[in-house]
Structure formats: structure tokens, C-alpha cells
Ligand binder design. Structure first.
Ligand SMILES: [Zn+2]
Ligand SMILES: [Zn+2]
Length: 122
């Protein structure tokens, strides 16, 4: 039996997949795993296509990674800005309320003295 690729060379084994006879050189091509160069080529094409598809998906995912990183960064910045504003607004409200209480007392005091003089403005 001759090798199906090298027609003049004696075959040493048959391919596990397609059953075609192959010579020592052809067998060595796939490290004597019993796969002929033709079947090997089919496997390589399948693997290449799988990797091309995988890379296409990964590249698409990387675009989404950038998008979500930006969205997350903006969200975190917004979180800190709002926490800061919440605290600082609370301090301003407290300060304003103290002043309002003081002003109310002063207004009441002045109103009473104005009423006593018959000159109320409130
Ligand atoms: Zn084969
Ligand atoms: Zn051969």
C-alpha cells in the first residue's frame, strides 16, 4: 500500500479519521498521532475559524468593557459628589436654622418693644 500523498512511497499506517494510507513523512507531520496531513489541515482550519470567532467576540466585549468602565466611573464620581453635597448642605441647614432661631428671638424682642411704643411693624 502506497501513501495517498506520496504515491511512490510505501505507507506505514492508515489515518484514524479518514482511513487513508500514509508514509512515515506524512505520519511524522502530526507527530505520529495517526492523523493524516489532509485531516490535520481540516482540524487546523476548524481551529483557526474557532479562534477568529472567539477574537471577534472578545474584541466586541472589550468595547463594552470600556463603555461600562466609563459608566461606572461616572456613577462613582456622582456618588461622592452627592455624599459631599449631602453633608455640606446639612451643615448649611444647621447654621441657617441657628440663625433663624436667633433672628426670630430678636424680631420678637423688637416687636414687643415697638408695640409698647405703639409703633409695631410686624
Ligand atoms: Zn485522514
Ligand atoms: Zn506521505
Amino acid at each position: 500500500m502506497k501513501c495517498f500523498i506520496h504515491m511512490d512511497v510505501e505507507a506505514i499506517s492508515v489515518c484514524k479519521k479518514c482511513g487513508k494510507a500514509m508514509c512515515a513523512e506524512c505520519s511524522a507531520y502530526s507527530n505520529h498521532t495517526g492523523i493524516c496531513p489532509e485531516c490535520r489541515c481540516v482540524e487546523f482550519i476548524a481551529e483557526k475559524n474557532r479562534l477568529l470567532k472567539e477574537n471577534k467576540e472578545l474584541k466586541k466585549e472589550r468595547c463594552w468593557n470600556i463603555f461600562w468602565a466609563i459608566v461606572t466611573a461616572i456613577t462613582i464620581i456622582g456618588l461622592f459628589i452627592n455624599i459631599y453635597r449631602f453633608v455640606s448642605n446639612g451643615k448649611t441647614i444647621e447654621r441657617n436654622e441657628e440663625r433663624i432661631q436667633l433672628l426670630t428671638k430678636e424680631i420678637d424682642k423688637l416687636s414687643i418693644s415697638m408695640v409698647n411704643k405703639g409703633n409695631a411693624f410686624v
